[in-house]
Design a protein around this ligand. Structure first.
Ligand SMILES: [Zn+2]
Length: 60
């Protein structure tokens, strides 16, 4: 696995595995956030790791 130093990249395979913890909806990558297709909550990515916690999610 390559080091993620220049750009935050999340594997498509990882996105397939991830689901919104709030509504269990599918998620997609938007810039540096993971966004739920269903409820629109946005989850931050820290150090290349998606933080799939409702408490960390926002709608901005
Ligand atoms: Zn959701």
């Amino acid at each position: 696995m390559r080091l993620l130093k220049e750009k935050l990249m999340v594997d498509k395979e990882l996105l397939d595995i991830l689901a919104c913890p709030s509504c269990k909806g599918d998620v997609f990558l938007e810039k540096d956030k993971i966004v739920c297709k269903k409820c629109g909550l946005k989850y931050p990515i820290k150090d290349g790791i998606p933080i799939m916690l409702v408490e960390e999610a926002g709608r901005d």
